[in-house]
Design a protein around this ligand. Structure first.
Ligand SMILES: Nc1ncnc2c1ncn2[C@@H]1O[C@H](COP(=O)(O)OP(=O)(O)OP(=O)(O)O)[C@@H](O)[C@H]1O
Ligand SMILES: [Mg+2]
Length: 614
């Protein structure tokens, strides 16, 4: 006030400025309001036009909806909130796919997404669950669980995720086992290896062809009475410790001999007469995959050792060739997928599927493959354990409801493909272990109904010394006889009947009944036939030799021999044909040239017996 009183002009100026400014703000304020309202109108117009154009309300809803991928991209890393016996409950893993491979961090243990629920994801661990803790991170890989497939797996032992378990270094998918002379073991079409999902769909009806080619196991009893065709599914069923695995190993060794004969011809032009002029020879190689499920580590080690033992084509016969064949290892024609009893249940569940995927590589490249699942009852047990932990409702014998589907989708993948798809084949030989020969158990009946026949092993026979202990009456092959070699079909036609009659008569002998001459003849012959069909382990027989043996028994040539002399007669016979194969005309050469058992074969056989008296 004193200042204003002293200098009234200043006061007057200030007042006038204030008034002016106020007037200005009032004016500009009204202008601004006008502008704002205009802008709002503009916005409204634009929004209305956009709404008309794009249906904005829908977009708004979509953005607010939590299930859209836009708002969920941040959730591909989850957190373990619960962990129990190899099953992990994971939160925040909302974009995982069913069957996707995930990794637990920091342990880097792989797992597979099994169940997708509203808030959480359930996954199984393919490794030691002690290395994973609650709170660990989990990240999606974006891939369905897959294994690497290719010819480079031949000769290797791998786990169900395709990691090598032998000490031969990392796997080169497009390499293959070479021996000392640098001869490659794989003979089929040279396709590159690739990564293939473990669970794939089975080929459909159009993609298939009926089973037409025989798969020779080298076991006389099977090849004559329960023949297996390429693309077939044949079950091996029996109690524990009665030679189920032994059948599979013999088959692998036999295929190795056949493959080696073909390789010897393809790479050196040698061995021609054993391939081209032989009506009883397989012309195409067949690779084997052995899947051990829940086996002891020592069993797998024993199998690897047996298959790695050097074998020689001379063990079968001498070969007319300038190039002498050298030894070979049967394992180089086989792949072993191993999941042992100490592995986590999910790994045991996965092993047959990855084995099948590995074998499908050969099927799809136009080659042939045979896969042995040893054994599927252990896979079913592992699956039951997994399912119960996943809180799926138990059904009969506490197995989950989809245990049939577990095996059917696996075995359906065995197929003989049509010519259009290359004509390759995958034969499946599942093994089932029974308790006290009870074939009516849940899993056993399931697998019997899925497969095209079964080879039934009986403990009583095994302990009587009839090995392989195949029960001929209960064993059947529903499709294989269409693929049997003609000569074998001819010679073995009466075998099953003779053995069935023998079994009937043996029962009466136990009661001490008096026998007529015809029954005595049946007994006499039957005892020799049973002796003839006994076969030691790891020595599968050539198909021509099998036919000769059967002819020896069914033609009555053994009737004059004592029962305990039968095997020595067989050995002499084998030795004779092995030595004489290359030099002169014998019953075997006649048989292989014509492919039938006719008069000329019988004559030649009689002549051989007269000459060499074995
Ligand atoms: N043809 C045979 N001749 C002589 N011995 C045999 C024959 N086949 C199998 N064996 C013997 O029988 C035993 C059991 O064989 P193998 O291991 O193949 O049976 P398995 O049914 O697979 O047993 P597991 O139930 O343990 O898997 C082995 O010691 C084997 O040497
Ligand atoms: Mg076994």
């Amino acid at each position: 006030m004193i200042l204003f009183a002293k200098n009234p002009s200043v006061f007057g100026k200030r007042v006038s400025d204030l008034i002016l400014n106020n007037i200005r703000t009032v004016v500009t304020g009204t202008q601004q309001k006008k502008k704002d309202s205009q802008k709002k109108d503009d916005k409204k117009n634009v929004a209305a036009s956009l709404k008309k154009k794009f249906n904005l309300s829908k977009i708004k809803n979509l953005l607010n909806n939590k299930q859209t991928s836009l708002s969920l991209t941040k959730y591909n890393v989850g957190k373990v909130v619960k962990l129990k016996d190899g099953v992990a409950t994971i939160e925040y893993l909302n974009i995982a796919k069913a069957g996707e491979l995930i990794r637990f961090l920091p342990s880097y243990i792989p797992g597979m997404v099994i169940s997708l629920e509203k808030k959480e994801t359930l996954a199984i661990l393919f490794g030691n669950d002690r290395e994973v803790r609650v709170g660990d991170r989990v990240h999606c890989t974006g891939n369905i669980v897959s294994v690497a497939v290719g010819r480079g797996l031949l000769g290797r032992v791998v786990d169900p995720l395709g990691n090598p378990l032998d000490r031969k270094g990392s796997i080169n998918l497009d390499g293959q086992p070479y021996d000392d002379l640098y001869r490659g073991y794989y003979l089929g079409e040279m396709r590159y290896g690739y990564i293939r999902p473990v669970e794939t769909a089975a080929p459909g009806i159009i993609a298939r062809k009926s089973v037409r080619k025989p798969l020779i196991t080298g076991i006389n009893c099977i090849d004559s009475m329960v023949p297996i065709g390429k693309g077939q599914r044949e079950l091996i069923i029996g109690d524990r410790q009665i030679g189920k695995t032994a059948l599979g190993i013999d088959l692998i060794i036999n295929q190795a001999f056949i493959n080696e004969t073909i390789r010897h011809y393809v790479q050196f032009g040698g061995n021609k007469e054993a391939i081209l002029n032989n009506k009883n020879a397989s012309q195409e190689p067949c690779y084997c995959v052995y899947v051990g499920v829940g086996q002891k580590q020592s069993t797998i080690a024993r199998i690897v050792k047996i298959l790695s033992k050097s074998r020689h084509l001379y063990e079968r016969r001498f070969i007319k060739s300038k190039v002498r064949p050298v030894s070979f290892k049967p394992i180089n024609y086989a792949i072993i997928v191993s999941s042992t009893a100490s592995d986590a249940a999910p790994l045991q569940f996965l092993a047959p599927y990855s084995g099948s995927t590995i074998a499908e590589f050969f099927r799809d490249s136009g080659s042939h493959a045979v896969i042995i699942y040893d054994d599927l009852s252990k896979q079913a047990v592992a699956y039951r354990q997994m399912s119960l932990l996943l809180r799926r409702p138990p059904g009969r014998e506490a197995y989950p409801g989809d245990v049939f589907y577990l095996h059917s989708r696996l075995l359906e993948r065995a197929a003989q493909l049509s010519d259009k798809l290359g004509g390759g084949s995958l034969t499946a030989l599942p093994v089932i272990e029974t308790q006290a020969s009870d074939v009516s158990a849940y899993i056993a009946t399931n697998v019997i109904s899925i497969t095209d026949g079964q080879i039934f092993l009986e403990s009583e026979l095994f302990y009587q010394g009839v090995r392989p202990a195949i029960n001929v009456g209960l064993s059947v092959s529903r499709v294989g006889s269409a693929a049997q070699f003609k000569a074998m079909k001819q010679v073995a036609g009466t075998l099953k009947l003779e053995l069935a009659q023998y079994r009937e008569v043996v029962k009466y002998v136990k009661f001490g009944a008096s026998l007529d001459s015809n029954t005595q003849r049946q007994l006499h012959r039957g005892a020799r036939l049973v002796e003839l069909l006994k076969q030691p382990q790891f020595n599968p027989l050539d198909i021509s030799v099998q036919i000769i043996f059967l002819h020896l028994g069914l033609g009555g040539y053994l009737d004059l021999e004592e029962v305990d002399k039968v095997s020595s007669v067989q050995q002499k016979c084998l030795k004779f044909y092995k030595n004489l194969y290359k030099s002169s005309k014998t019953a075997i050469s006649v048989l292989e040239e014509k492919g039938v058992v006719d008069e000329s074969f019988k004559e030649a056989f009689n002549f051989d017996i007269l000459r060499y008296k074995f």
